[in-house]
Design a protein around this ligand. Sequence first.
Ligand SMILES: [Ca+2]
Length: 300
Amino acid sequence: MRKYLLIFIVVAANCQLYGQENLNGTVPAAWIENALKGTGSVDQILEFGKLFKSKAISLKKVDYEENEPYLNITKINLDEDIGSEFLLFIGSNYANSNFYVIDDDYRIIHEEYLWLHNEHPQLRIYNSSDQHKLFGFKYLYGRGSGRWLFSNKIFRVDSGKVTLVLEFVNSSNDTFNFEGINGWIETENIQEFGGNLFVEYSYDFYLRSDLLEHLGINYEGDSYSLAKGEDITIIYSYDPTRNQMKFNDREITSEMMDLFFQPSNDSLFLQVFRSGLDKKVKNGSELDKRLIEYLRTKIN
Ligand SMILES: [Ca+2]
């Protein structure tokens, strides 16, 4: 019996870890009405936190004295039925909140913990060709010393079910890979047209100038670019059979998209950009040849 109890506790702890413990809970209509009035008081946050426990909401009032509590609710119709759904960010601090999608019958249909280091949640809503609106937010995918990666998560609601239909890099910077490849990626001008999402990508993968100095190369400039792209527009289209936003592009391939989510993965970089680097080895400068040779020897 004790053994089963232990298993139960472990499972329960895991559920909490993944932040989905309040799925299918019903939010009182009166609480939503009050929240929509926009006061966002600590009492409202505490009331919600008592009903729906999460690590984003502390139940100790003293914790709110130095933090900046956060409550932001949006009422909007997101799917084919006529009633409005609700998008809620709530937490005892703006950078540590929970995100909820609440259906028109006040049932929680999505719950997700959102840690943003020191940024506020940023809700984005994109129109679509039918009643289904795409929505999402900026998400801190990962960070460490000298590197960070924010993504954009995009969701869709269908018959009371929320699906993550797309995640792409919002902005990323990686500067601490002294021996190998550093880089940044940025997306902007995100626009919806006819149910498609247009996203403009720019990126640069480079070697740091101090590495060149270390290799005994006299080089002026902050960095030595190995692969660069500027204002490349990708079109994501909704694929109803897979319930995902898909793209098909030659300039940015799906292998490149994988690399965008794995900064400092030098061997993946060499693989993804192999043909471009081969061209540089064949037709480029002596410096191109030497540096690509250095990377290929170091990494392989
Ligand atoms: Ca609806």
